[in-house]
Design a binder for this molecule. Sequence first.
Ligand code: HEM
Length: 305
Amino acid sequence: ATLNAALSDSHSEKDYQQVYNAIANQIREYDEYDGAIGFGPALVRLAWHLSGTFVGPVGCPHISGGSFGGTIRLPKEASDPANNALENARWVLEPVKKQFSWISYGDLYTLAGVTAVQEMGGPKIGWRAGRKDLGVEYASTGKLPDASRDADYIRSLFVKRMGFTERETVALIGAHALGSCHVQAPVLPGATKSQGVGSGYTGRWTAAPNFFTNEFYRLLLEDKWTPKKWDGPFQYENKDELMMLPTDMALVQDASMKKLVVEYAKDQEKFFKDFAPAFKKLLELGIDFKGNKTYEFKTLDEQDL
Ligand code: HEM
């Protein structure tokens, strides 16, 4: 298995903090997007969908996918139905790419995920540079999870194929405190109508979908979830019209995953502590970063910006 070798990092931590700030300012600027959720959740999803195509050397000598080549920018990968509605996240980053044209798409999109988690009150995420844009022969499709499935399916993808522990897997899915599911992609700022379709699911997981919290686990355990009666795909709802996907419910239907849900529901600090390295690992799957340093960025608030 050959890992993608990172380019040596010719920019400084200060340069990347400038990119971080530009991304954070885009999130601030367009805070009315998607029913006033803003772009934060969409940027976390973009970073995850760029990275979560990874196929590790499990039972086959080659690795593929992952964030290295920035291939979600290419029509072949962008048009994977799993990536529906993500063109909006790429739209909001395009001015940042214009301003910092030296950064690769893989670095930009992963840094955007880190920025969004931190700006929404989540933990600090260590981040490294060095990804290089690759062509369409490296684009991946059909590798992202199907939300209609169960715990064994989640294990087959996250543990077996991508190499996460079960703990890392449950921690990562806690990002579903953020954002919402869409039948239609949210309308872009300045536009009058939606430009495309979403996943087909609908609703928010939590009442505060632009704050990074452990609310997803608390609601999963403490609320009563019943099948939603509608024409769309099978999903759950509670009395407040919040939602859960079948794969979310799978985390409490499986005894060993449920233990972790209980732990994170009780202890947000523990969730943050586990999420941060798991998210860093996700963003770095398949890459050998050589000697490139890990950076930790300040939030806009911490810089009094
Ligand atoms: C949204 C499925 C894991 C972060 C969504 C949506 C689906 C989905 C169907 C709705 C998309 C839309 O209609 O716009 C899944 C499945 C997973 C999974 C099946 C694994 C079993 C993850 C992970 C992360 C993540 C690991 C991040 C670490 C998000 C975020 C959103 C989202 C932030 C909200 C996006 C927005 O508001 O625009 N996910 N997801 N998901 N997912 Fe996941």
